[in-house]
Design a binder for this molecule. Structure first.
Ligand SMILES: [Zn+2]
Length: 117
């Protein structure tokens, strides 16, 4: 739910949404702040089928941007690693979205002259 959608809520609905978020928000133990990437690649052999368009893969990676234009990448080799990483990235995104909603509600209530509590 975006800020614009939340702005259309009544104050009562905002308070109910906030109460719901506070009741249900938990820290997912597998939360992972990264991008989950799937790639098909060409190898270095000039006569390989990948040169005809049938690339190797898929390969799965985690990628994370760091300050000063640095990037960390991790190749995921095992199926269990791939599943865990995919779930962790989704869990992190859901947590962020919920926190962002809470933050917008805490912005919107005082804007309407309403106390936060
Ligand atoms: Zn190849």
């Amino acid at each position: 739910m975006s800020k614009n959608e939340l702005q259309r809520f009544s104050t009562l609905a905002l308070r109910q949404r906030k109460a719901h978020l506070l009741r249900t928000l938990t820290f997912p133990p597998d939360a992972l702040h990264a991008s989950f990437l799937e790639r098909f690649l060409k190898c270095g052999h000039p006569n390989c089928h990948c040169r005809q368009g049938e690339k190797h893969g898929p390969f799965f990676y985690l990628s994370r941007c760091l300050p000063k234009r640095q990037m960390r990448t991790l190749l995921l080799k095992e199926e269990s690693q791939i599943l865990t990483a995919r779930h962790g990235v989704e869990a992190y995104q859901r947590l962020l979205e919920s926190l962002d909603q809470l933050s917008w509600i805490n912005w919107e209530l005082p804007r309407r002259g309403d106390p936060l509590q």
